[in-house]
Every structure is written in C-alpha cells, then in structure tokens.
Design a protein around this ligand. Structure first.
Ligand SMILES: [Zn+2]
Length: 103
C-alpha cells in the first residue's frame, strides 16, 4: 500500500529538495525580473548581499529549480514556514515592510 505520493506536494509544505543553491538561483532570477518588486512580503524580507527579497516568492521560484515544478507563492501556508526554512538554510530574515523592493 502506498501511504503517500512522493511527487505530490501538499499545500503548505516547502519542498525538501530545495537547497541553498536553489534559493541563490531564485534570487538571481528575481534580480532580472522587473515585476518581482510587485510581489509583497508583508512583514519580513530575505536579505542577501544587501538586497531584499520576498521569502515566499523566492521559495516558489526555487522549487522550480529543485523539483522541476514551480510552486506559486500562495501554495505555502503562513510566512513562518517559509521564513524558518530559509533560516535553516543559513539565510537572514529580517522584519521589514519594503515588500522585497530594497536593493
Ligand atoms: Zn525589505
């Protein structure tokens, strides 16, 4: 009996396949995308090399690099899961309301 389908990504779960390099790739991609700044991060920012990024959007893009299937930022539950995930990978999360726009 199959208890779970490993390829199925349940809502609210950050894919375990995402590694630090995928997050870095996602941020590099966001640097090139003009409308990235329109995605709001309401209270927290992922800070990398002095730049601010919306945590959930970064993870959503990183999921594409890690699993081949990009998630949507709204696929995650509250921000804490995304933020905790990034912190575990060694990234910095700060309270900030810039919406991931600060460069
Ligand atoms: Zn910010």
């Amino acid at each position: 009996m199959v208890f779970y389908n490993q390829s199925a990504i349940r809502k609210g779960m950050v894919p375990k396949e995402i590694q630090r390099e995928h997050i870095v790739q996602a941020m590099a991609q966001l640097d090139k995308v003009i409308d990235a700044a329109n995605r709001k991060s309401r209270s927290r920012c992922l800070i990398h090399e002095g730049r601010h990024y919306p945590p959930r959007l970064v993870i959503a893009i990183a999921s594409g690099f890690a699993t081949g299937k990009r998630m949507h930022p709204s696929d995650f539950s509250g921000g804490s899961e995304a933020n905790d995930f990034l912190i575990r990978l060694g990234f910095t999360i700060k309270n900030c309301r810039c919406g991931g726009k600060k460069r």
